[in-house]
Design a protein around this ligand. Sequence first.
Ligand SMILES: C[S@@+](CC[C@H](N)C(=O)[O-])C[C@H]1O[C@@H](n2cnc3c(N)ncnc32)[C@H](O)[C@@H]1O
Length: 375
Amino acid sequence: MQSLALHPMLPRQSSEEQSRHAFLVDFKNMLSRDLSGRLQGVYETEALPEFRKRFNRDPETRQDVAKVMREQPFYQIWSALNRVQQELYVDSTADCVERQLPGLIDKYKDLKKNAKHGTLELSPELKIPRYISAVDIHCIPGGYFLELAEDDVYAGARYDIGSFIFGRGERGPLNDARGQTGVDFLKKNYPDLKPKRILDLGCASGMNTLPYVAAYPGAEVYGIDVSAPCLRYAHARAEALDIPCHFSQQSAEHTTFEDGSFDIVVSHILFHETSRKAVGTILRECHRLLKPGGVMLHLDVPRRLTATTPYDQFVADWDTMNNNEPFWGTFLFDIDIRKLALEAGFAESQLKETLANVPGGKMNYWALAATKAGA
Ligand SMILES: C[S@@+](CC[C@H](N)C(=O)[O-])C[C@H]1O[C@@H](n2cnc3c(N)ncnc32)[C@H](O)[C@@H]1O
């Protein structure tokens, strides 16, 4: 497991917390990598024959597979252990941030007061969409919105270290693998872009927004999110790293920016946390916000393109029912995003839906990119 760069806003992990977090990464690897062959074996030798006996056909959907897999004791134990792993990881990262919270809030206030590079604009009256506020997403109490104190940065700080551990410590010292992947994808596929303004939708703690600042010197970079505690942390983190970025509290469905304000609009793992309707609305907003010739790029979990059999889809769908990710399976398997992008105004000939490799790593992300016509 790599280590995170110790910038001033990062909550420090005690040696006990580091050991616990390393254990949780090993625990997760055991469940998703080491035991995946045994799980598939149970499907092939027990559940699939049972399905054929009961229905006189092969399973065609992940829901078909669920009918017989959920009865299997090995699956039940595997699923319960996954849930335990998730709860331990949330508890441990929450404890780590909570014990340092007053000091983190003081640092935020100080960095905000003396901001040299970027800005922060919060809108307490913003209506938070139900799809992101009605559940404790990923089983995190309060999700992205818990505020334990005035000027709270808890949710943003916990997301930073939590996302690093959830990513098994494979997201680089600045925890920015998704932003680096977006930059790498844009540079390779749109080498002539000379952006003046770039927008990141659903930026949370800003880890994946900041790589665009270094990649496109001179461009103004903006990050928006609906979570105030994440944005406070994002702003303070960017200032602590001396990276200019402008953060504001807005919904990606309807922003306050003028038509044609941006040369690049990106998002990283935003779509799977929204809703079927919101994905279409956000794509329309991207089209409105882009200048002619500008490019949108959305990265998300790769299973949309990689889980192709009903069994793989059933396993990939675990988070929907067990990890408070209500839209996860719908995003992965049930909506036609290409169609939504066309309805939003993008041309079929401009659409790319593919896998984007993390530079220098083994992971990849699902990527949807398109240029706005009319340059
Ligand atoms: C999984 S996090 C991804 C954060 C960040 N992009 C990253 O890669 O680390 C999803 C973020 O999207 C935000 N979000 C959800 N719906 C939104 C919306 N309609 N407008 C803006 N942000 C939204 C959430 O508050 C959360 O911070």
